[in-house]
Design a protein around this ligand. Sequence first.
Ligand code: NAP
Length: 320
Amino acid sequence: MKAIRVHEAGGPEVLKLEVVEDPKPGEGEVLVRVHATGVNPVETYVRSGKYPVLPIFPYTPGSDAAGVVLSIGAGVNRVAVGDRVYTAGTKTGAYAELTICTEPQVHLLPQPISFEQGAAVNIPYATAYRALFQRARAVPGETLLIHGASGGVGIAATQLARASGLRVFGTAGTAKGRELVAEQGACEVLDHRTPNYLEKILTLSNGRGVDVILEMLANVNLGKDLTVLARGGRVVVIGSRGPVEINPRDAMSRDAAILGMVLFNASALELFSVHAALASGLQNGTLRPVIGQMIPLAEAPRAHEAVLEPGSFGKIVLIP
Ligand code: NAP
């Protein structure tokens, strides 16, 4: 099979398309023929060697694929040959024509969801769900600011929050992105490239502020976020690319909480619950992953450049 292999840390050019031996599933494992693979920012951090946990070289990147079960190892009974599935992690990497997963890493893909959309489910939707409901413990009727709503996690969070009865404000850096966020259910969408745009949040919430903020770029926004929180508000730090200065008094005066999160810290039980909730939303049509770009697997370096560029519009997926 063809797979992207990485032999050293570096820029996008270290992603090489190679021919490797077809993997075979062992006991408790599932072999998936990949039809599409989601590209997440974390894969660029790992590739460049700037991430706390790094794989051993050579490796195939990626955790989020969607495809069809080709064969199963002994003891597998949650999926069968021919099932459409999406993956939440793999053993052998998702930037490939075939991938091996452990049984708990594969989830049935409901019929209305395409393979491209299936590849956009795991990291974005699981992160958005965990941030909203397991970390911030958001409840219907609360107001939410999704600071960076036009990308993979932001679109997922907008759909999840809207379906759960939250009032959603979002931000995006382009007109196209703002239109997309509004279509997904945000009642107001602000431009995070405009000076003082956050002042509008206070007007929109009658001076009260928002109950929850999901923050995609904390190194830029965390200090300002604390000034637009309501009393008892929570900021979940999902993304950050550097340090930031905050005024702790802004948190003190509001009894506010800053909650960090990394999806990889979720327990097996928490992940089971996350994917059960996602299955229901994918089935009933409230969760509809948005694909912005489809790029051939061989052009994975271009996908790694694109995923870090401004002007997000849903997900970038690779097609083997
Ligand atoms: P993505 O698809 O590339 O989207 C990035 C988002 O950030 C876009 O909505 C982008 O908006 C927005 N953004 C850009 N400048 C911003 C600013 N000044 N203020 C607010 N938002 C801004 O990435 P993603 O997959 O959604 O992931 C978002 C971040 O979360 C990344 O840093 C990623 O590494 C991180 N992440 C963390 C976890 C975790 O477990 N903690 C899991 C998944 C992702 P425009 O492009 O419209 O400007």
